[in-house]
Design a binder for this molecule. Structure first.
Ligand SMILES: [Zn+2]
Ligand SMILES: [Zn+2]
Length: 395
């Protein structure tokens, strides 16, 4: 029966290597999500120095990733989401490229000194970072791991190592960056094509709630609706109670919280409600009256208006669609104008003023869902307390 055991220092059954593989991969996923992403990139949480250092060490040992590079590439992704300049958008590069060649896209972005200079600030720069983790010793970690596992498990340890090396590119670079901008559902009308892949995720540590994250990048918690589970948040919750993490920000409750409370401050909530309660019913109303949209019509109608700017043919095709269906044009134009209210007025009072004007015109638009929406919203914003809601309240 010896053939069923590993041959290194440890004589473990073969199946235990699968457990080791999954467990180490999971720690890596959590390290990336909690340390690289929520702590270093977005400063949504401040991890205890001990926890930070454990994660730094672990990321070095299992992925040879530089904190500064990862943070810079990801911050750039947030500033140029799904438009040219985004380091890994399936909308820019095609889904196949991001799924199967995401690592190369990442490497390209990470080797751009301009990206590092502009977005890499605030990451560790102590001796161990300069010399080991992000210096000449960068690859020593994964080589050390290879040697260690070969000693412990014999030649099969090498296979285990190879699987570990494959895991992260697939999970992070491929699934979250690729599918997180291509497949799944949207809670929020963010100006990008980000999506929540699944409402629950053990595999990606909460990162698969990617549309929620783009709606509230500064929030330490990624889940927004009932039924959504963010594993990374569960760990943060535990760490906080152990005194090992300080939560800096969490977003307010999702779109199903009382909408009036968040309307004026939270553009993203309002836009999402607009999509659900005006755009969607109007779309179906027009379809019932005989309109037969193509797939492309549907795609363009729902795409965030900002993303149309890069392509003349997208804009032209959408204009063609809107010209043939005046009711769709009305709700679409009101959507764009609603977006613009937040661009013009930085002050809550300016936004409120703009919103009032918008509401008055929407109430006379002649499109039933839009009129109904504006009636209800009008009642809500007349409560002056709502106008002073801050953008992202600290807990
Ligand atoms: Zn993204
Ligand atoms: Zn992010």
């Amino acid at each position: 029966m010896n053939g069923m055991l590993t041959t290194g220092l440890l004589h473990w059954p073969l199946w235990s290597l699968v457990i080791v593989w999954l467990a180490t991969l999971h720690v890596t996923v959590v390290a990336i999500s909690l340390y690289l992403h929520r702590d270093q990139t977005h400063r949504a949480v401040t991890l205890h120095p001990l926890v930070r250092h454990f994660f730094r060490f672990w990321i070095w040992l299992t992925t040879a990733t530089s904190t500064r590079e990862w943070v810079a590439v990801h911050r750039r992704h947030h500033t140029q989401v799904d438009v040219p300049g985004d380091p890994h958008s399936p909308r820019v590069f095609g889904l196949k490229a991001v799924l199967f060649d995401g690592v190369n896209l990442y490497r390209q972005a990470a080797s751009d000194p301009e990206t590092l200079r502009t977005f890499g600030h605030g990451t560790p720069s102590d001796w161990v970072e300069r010399v080991v983790y992000d210096g000449r010793g960068n690859l020593v970690g994964i080589l050390l791991l290879m040697v260690l596992e070969t000693v412990l498990f014999g030649p099969l340890g090498l296979t285990l190592w190879a699987f570990q090396m494959m895991g992260i590119p697939v999970l992070a670079a491929g699934i979250v960056n690729g599918l997180g901008h291509a497949m799944g559902y949207r809670n929020f009308d963010t100006p990008d094509v980000s999506r929540n892949i699944l409402p629950w995720g053990v595999l990606c540590g909460g990162e698969e709630l990617h549309n929620n994250h783009h709606a509230f990048p500064g929030s330490a918690r990624f889940s927004q609706k009932r039924g959504e589970f963010d594993l990374g948040w569960m760990y943060l919750f535990i760490l906080e109670h152990m005194g090992l993490a300080r939560i800096e920000r969490v977003s307010t409750q999702g779109p199903h919280a009382n909408p009036g409370q968040t309307l004026v401050g939270h553009k993203v909530h309002l836009m999402s409600i607009y999509l659900r309660e005006v755009m969607r019913p109007t779309w179906h109303m027009v379809r019932r009256s005989g309109f037969r949209p193509t797939r492309r019509d549907r795609h363009l109608f729902w795409l965030a208006p900002k993303l149309l700017d890069g392509s003349d043919s997208d804009r032209a095709d959408l204009d063609h669609l809107l010209a043939s269906e005046p009711v769709l044009r009305t709700v679409y134009e009101f959507r764009e104008r609603l977006h613009r209210i937040w661009e013009n007025g930085a002050l809550a009072a300016d936004r409120l003023e703009g919103l009032r004007e918008w509401l008055n015109q929407a109430r006379a638009s002649g499109v039933h869902p839009l009129e109904f929406f504006s009636e209800r919203l009008h009642l809500l914003i007349d409560n002056p307390a709502l106008a002073t809601e801050s953008l992202l309240p600290t807990r």
